[in-house]
Design a protein around this ligand. Structure first.
Ligand SMILES: NC(=O)c1ccc[n+]([C@@H]2O[C@H](COP(=O)([O-])OP(=O)(O)OC[C@H]3O[C@@H](n4cnc5c(N)ncnc54)[C@H](OP(=O)(O)O)[C@@H]3O)[C@@H](O)[C@H]2O)c1
Ligand SMILES: *[C@@H]1O[C@H](CO)[C@@H](O)[C@H](O)[C@H]1NC(C)=O
Ligand SMILES: *[C@@H]1O[C@H](CO)[C@@H](O)[C@H](O)[C@H]1NC(C)=O
Length: 268
């Protein structure tokens, strides 16, 4: 393999997050407007009950590879990995990149054990399905996308692993940073030369009088920062291009909540 050159176009990072506005408890003494905080988590899980439309949006967008033969990466903190139901992880047809400070190897062993279990189950299902078919044609279910998992000791190291491995072999699709707060913050601290986009699902209760969701984890930039300082809001057409499917403008109701998808791009 030739030595890895420094990529002229650094990988674009797309942060994908669902947020809910948490109004400030009080205004400042000087009376200036305090922006809402953007809640993303509560007690190790999401602040709201399952929102089917958002879960499937997340699954489609993060799984859909930009070119045949490539697989997208989803980069996450160890706590977010743990928040995924055990039987679903590592998430299929994506390169799951888990970031941890654990040096004992326990986190890595756990992730790789779950990867092996997932692969074994998929192989067993494929064998069973093949035994059931009367023809010899094979069904190409995954379209060449691999399910993989790697564990890194930091975000930079994780991106490096992707660039030297999958990207060098031409097999890396898009890179999504899927949280939580600590990893979003690390992504936003990376060099300004790296293009960063944020795809946000805004979540609110349908009945405003029910008050905000309870949150203990917040997206590391507040609403004002996202909207004004160093960020540009993208139109629905542009966000549709980023995610590879049509994103309509405006709120959609799903039971007790309403959601809308919006995008931001960091100004260089
Ligand atoms: N609404 C959304 O879209 C969304 C998305 C994702 C997550 N969430 C929610 O967010 C919460 C989890 O977020 P979180 O901020 O608590 O945790 P997190 O970012 O998912 O994970 C934090 C962990 O990542 C590792 N880590 C963080 N920074 C690191 C660094 N610089 N180098 C190496 N390892 C590092 C550490 O793992 P070790 O402890 O193993 O060392 C740390 O404990 C949950 O409630 C989850 O449901 C919401
Ligand atoms: C928080 O989560 C833990 C474990 O996930 C659970 O045992 C506990 O009941 C939860 N606490 C609340 C207040 O929901
Ligand atoms: C095999 O086919 C039978 C009958 O169509 C079906 O009930 C069974 O679930 C199939 N098994 C698998 C593993 O696909």
């Amino acid at each position: 393999m030739p030595p890895q050159q420094h990529l002229p176009n650094p990988l674009t990072l797309t942060l994908i997050v669902a947020t809910t506005p948490i109004p400030p408890l009080r205004t400042t003494t000087t009376g200036e407007k305090v922006p809402c905080r953007l809640g993303i988590g509560q007690n190790g899980t999401l602040p709201w009950p399952r929102i089917k439309a958002d879960m499937s949006f997340f699954a489609r967008v993060t799984s859909r590879a930009p070119r045949a033969g490539t697989t997208n990466a989803i980069v996450m903190g160890r706590k977010t990995y743990d928040s995924v139901p055990r039987k679903l992880r590592p998430l299929g047809k994506r390169i799951n990149v888990v970031v941890t400070r654990d040096v004992s190897g326990t986190v890595k062993e756990g992730v790789l054990r779950e990867l092996e279990a997932k692969r074994a189950a998929a192989a067993a299902a494929a064998t069973a399905a093949a035994a059931n078919t009367t023809t010899t044609t094979t069904t190409s279910g995954s379209g060449g996308q691999e399910t993989d998992a790697v564990v890194g000791s930091g975000l930079e190291e994780a991106l490096d692993m992707l660039e030297k491995g999958y990207a060098a072999e031409g097999k890396l699709g898009s890179v999504f940073v899927i949280g939580g707060a600590e990893i979003y913050a690390a992504a936003l601290r990376l060099g300004r030369e790296r293009p960063v986009r944020i795809v946000v699902t805004e979540v609110e209760k349908t009945r405003e009088e029910d008050g905000p969701f309870e949150c203990d984890t917040f997206f590391p930039v507040d609403e004002e920062l996202v909207m004004q300082k160093g960020w540009r809001k993208a139109g629905a057409k542009e966000v549709s291009e980023w995610v590879g499917e049509n994103v309509e403008e405006g709120w959609k109701e799903e039971g007790e909540v309403k959601i809308q998808m919006v995008g931001y791009e960091r100004l260089l």
